[in-house]
Design a protein around this ligand. Sequence first.
Ligand code: HEC
Length: 292
Amino acid sequence: MKTMQMRRGISASFCFAIWMLAGMALANSAGPLDALTAAPGEGNCTQCHSSFTLNSGSGSLTITGIPQNYVPATSYVVTISLADPQASRWGFEFTILDDLGNSVGTLTPDDGNTQVTVGGAFNRTYAKHTSVGTQFGQPNGNSWDVNWTSPAEGTGNVTLYVAGNAANANFSTTGDFIYTNNFAMAEDVASAVPGAGPLASLHPAFPNPFNPRTQLSFTLAQSQSVSLGVYDVQGRLITTVYRGDLPAGTHSYTWRGQDQHGRPQPSGLYFGRLMNSAGQDLHRPIKMTLTK
Ligand code: HEC
């Protein structure tokens, strides 16, 4: 009799371990997958937490701590608050993107309730809950703080996209209310250096992904001396595509997927950088993928 009970005990804990592992493999209550914030191109948590339609609950998902006009290169504490009278476990994910859909600024966790990951189809940066940050069993609502350092001058408009899960703490995807929200910010131009403004913009490479060549183009607001370089993911200069003085306007150059000695480069991710004569970036680097 005693042995029977023990055996049953072992098999129950064994099943529990398998079930825990399955949950961990999906990394859900321990932090959702990337790219679920309902930002352009992304899905949201109802892909799995599908009991109720999006934003049909009686709760709310709010974003505070960031202004409608952000000051470039400044630290903010973003607070995500999720409330729902029916829920007792909580999760979220957000990303902050420029108008081209690239992550901008730097996100860092404020405490053990949040984490930051990079991934998904667009290689964006995501802030999200940790396992302990779900506050299992806590009624009414929860909030999380994440540090965001805003991007450099000239980035322009940015938008925070967030999804939240007001869950019922049943360790599954059923019975949970999913919410989404977003918050648009403009760059505070008044705080910028007078007359600085965006002096140049570097456009996305075309085609991208490419093989064997792609076109790099940029627009200068005034005539100046620039260099357009291609770098690998380690930050090494592969080749300088153009260096010299140029008038204001749009200029295009071709990169043939070769280094400065004409050697073909391997498949992979590369960065195009537009710099002034002092080697300072005039725009955020652009990404391009060589696929053979
Ligand atoms: C690919 C499917 C999938 C997606 C998409 C997904 N989850 Fe989950 N989630 C799960 C599974 C499976 C569980 C149960 C296992 C566990 O607890 O890890 C779960 C559990 C949870 C729980 C605990 C639920 C409870 O009632 O105990 C929270 C909180 C949670 N997810 C948040 C999120 C958030 C926030 C998102 C969107 C940003 C999200 N999940 C997207 C699969 C998913």
